[in-house]
Write a protein of this length. Structure first.
Ligand code: P6P
Length: 337
């Protein structure tokens, strides 16, 4: 890890990758960096302060909102609203998209979508959690409030995406379409320092990540893929290893570095899958494709899906190219009766 290339310096250095960039995207990434530091501080002392546990409310997903979910949501919104790059935010914790109405926001060029604290139900048991973000250029006229169309853009239109993983160390991993870069937070100097430049995920791997407790409810092709992973064929590096943390950012991050596949198919309780297209699947899809991997709903490339609703869910298969292609083959060969 180099102490001499902080996230801030790297963003400015790479700004030249953006023709006609006026530095707004760079400033926007700096806002995310600030909010990540604030959330990281709270998460690291969550066990000591009465900020874990639930608030006794549910979000639009019907999921019990954790105190830190709302804390993270508020901090990221505040950091973004205090600057002039974003005209509005959509969040897992907000039923509708939030328009920023201050004058300095109305002329902003970007919108941001986020899952402010993914996997937050794991906080009380000290499992890694994460923030996921996705950034688009607005399509509605600058100077007017953002519209639904600004947020319902296909993943291919993203200008930046990334996540913060609050784990054994805190990292910020992002792409602006010029590779994936990882920065590790050094609390002794209060900076994110470049630790993984131009991350590429292995073409294949030996880790599959899925909640096998739902096995009997999986589509037939997914069941057959799981059995394929468990079949012992040493010359093909099988059986694979099953690793499932129950926190997308943590499972994704490990598989990105080591090679592997994360699967969240449709199940009875989630007939269109559990993960949300706009602020979980699209940003992770942008990252994995930039790192040489694939992201699919089992048949289609995630980033080609035209969104219809802010919180819509899709089946999600993401990771090493050869592994995603293999599960797509099983799904194609075993259409559900
Ligand atoms: P299950 C967390 O709620 C999340 O959205 C992802 O972070 C995680 O991978 C998944 O759901 C876990 O879902 O149904 O296996 O508990």
């Amino acid at each position: 890890m180099s102490e001499f290339r902080t996230l801030g310096e790297f963003i400015v250095e790479k700004q030249s990758d953006f023709p006609h960039a006026s530095g707004e995207l760079s400033s926007l990434l700096a806002s995310i960096r600030l909010a990540a530091k604030i959330v990281n501080r709270e998460i690291n002392k969550a066990g000591l302060v009465d900020i874990t546990g639930s608030v006794g409310a549910e979000n639009i997903q019907g999921e019990e909102q954790q105190k830190l979910d709302l804390y993270a949501n508020d901090k990221f919104k505040a950091a973004l609203e205090a600057r002039d790059q974003v005209c509005g935010v959509a969040s897992e914790e907000e039923d509708e998209a939030v328009a920023f109405n201050k004058e300095l926001n109305k002329n902003a060029k970007y919108v941001l979508l986020m899952d402010p604290l993914d996997g937050s139900s794991n906080i009380d048991v000290n499992v890694s959690v994460g923030t996921i973000f996705s950034i688009y250029r607005r399509v509605s006229p600058v100077g007017t409030p953002p519209t639904q169309e600004d947020f319902l853009q296909p993943g291919d239109k993203q200008v930046a995406a990334g996540y913060v993983i609050y784990g054994s160390s805190t990292m910020l991993v992002y792409t602006t379409g010029n590779g994936v870069h990882g920065f590790t937070y050094d609390p002794s100097i209060g900076s994110f320092c470049l630790s993984h430049e131009k991350l590429m995920t292995p073409e294949t791997g030996s880790i599959y990540s899925i909640n096998e407790g739902n096995y009997i409810r999986f589509p037939l092709g997914v069941k057959k893929y799981i059995k394929y992973c468990q079949e012992s064929v040493p010359e093909e590096n099988r059986p694979y290893t099953s690793r499932y943390i129950g926190s997308l950012v943590a499972d994704f991050h490990r598989n990105l570095l080591k090679g592997g596949i994360y699967l969240y198919p449709s199940t009875e309780s989630h007939p269109t899958g559990k993960l949300r297209l706009l602020y979980e699947c699209n940003p992770m899809a942008f990252l994995i494709e930039q790192a040489g991997g694939l992201a699919s709903d089992g048949k289609n490339r995630i980033m080609e899906i035209k969104p219809t609703e802010l919180h819509q869910r899709v089946p999600f298969f993401v990771g090493s190219k050869a592994m995603v292609e293999k599960v797509e083959q099983f799904i194609e060969q075993n259409p559900n009766e």
